[in-house]
Design a binder for this molecule. Structure first.
Ligand SMILES: [Mg+2]
Length: 239
């Protein structure tokens, strides 16, 4: 579709950089299912959801993964890290099971859930002639997650921190995304849910940023706009 009015079809932006977790989808761990899977392997009796979830899985295992995945930049290295992490988690929970079993269980019980409007909004942006790029702090396997969702065709490229070796809010990851997209800063908008990594990071790099604040409790003064979800994004991009 080509539109006759003005340069770039009258749009405000040509390239839309998108964060993933909390922006396009939410990540969920089925803790009850996970505890059920682990039950046969417990050494010291009762493994409860309360014991597995807060103290061990969320604050230790997931935290360790988020903090350290950037250091593991080949698939083999990442797989080794995941096995070690699963082993540490298991011993903290008093579980005696092969690490392969543990990693497989954790992976099976994690799900990536698109927000209801995500696909429709991405399709609308593409129909307007925008190009979409993922800019995410994620491990090497982000491409697999997006592929499983059938989303890879939406994106011109996927820029994951573990692949480029730089994490948001560092300007370097935004510069890399600009280079890959070929889009000038003033024609680019970053969309994300984190006031620091997404909003302050992009703004400090000279890129306009739009905050997605689904819970209505975050403040991001550097944001050009704050939206409760992605629905109004196309009209904002249209200008
Ligand atoms: Mg996020």
């Amino acid at each position: 579709m080509s539109v006759a009015y003005g340069e770039n079809g009258g749009r405000l932006y040509d390239a839309v950089f998108l964060d993933v977790d909390g922006t396009l989808l939410w990540t969920d761990l089925d803790v009850e299912g996970y505890v059920e899977d682990l039950a046969p392997y417990t050494r010291n009796g009762d493994l409860t959801v309360e014991r597995a979830w807060g103290p061990v899985w969320k604050r230790k295992s997931l935290h360790r993964h988020i903090e350290e995945n950037i250091e593991h930049r080949t698939e083999e290295d990442l797989a080794g890290f995941r096995r070690r992490n699963a082993g540490i988690t298991a011993s903290a929970l008093g579980i005696d099971a092969p690490v392969e079993v543990l990693t497989e269980m954790a992976e099976r019980r994690i799900s990536f859930n698109p927000y209801p409007e995500s696909e429709m909004v991405m399709e609308e942006l593409l129909a307007m002639g925008c190009r979409l790029y993922v800019v995410s702090n994620w491990d090497l396997l982000l491409g697999d997650v997006l592929e499983d969702l059938g989303w890879m065709d939406y994106f011109g490229a996927v820029v994951a921190s573990a692949v480029v070796g730089i994490e948001k809010p560092d300007c370097g990851i935004y510069e890399e995304a600009l280079r890959i997209s070929g889009s000038p800063k003033h024609r680019t908008v970053m969309v994300g849910n984190d006031p620091v990594t997404d909003i302050r990071g992009a703004a400090s790099c000279g890129i306009d940023a739009v905050m997605i604040d689904r819970k209505g409790n975050d403040q991001a003064h550097e944001a050009k706009a704050t939206l409760p979800d992605l629905n109004a994004l196309p009209s904002l991009v249209r200008g």
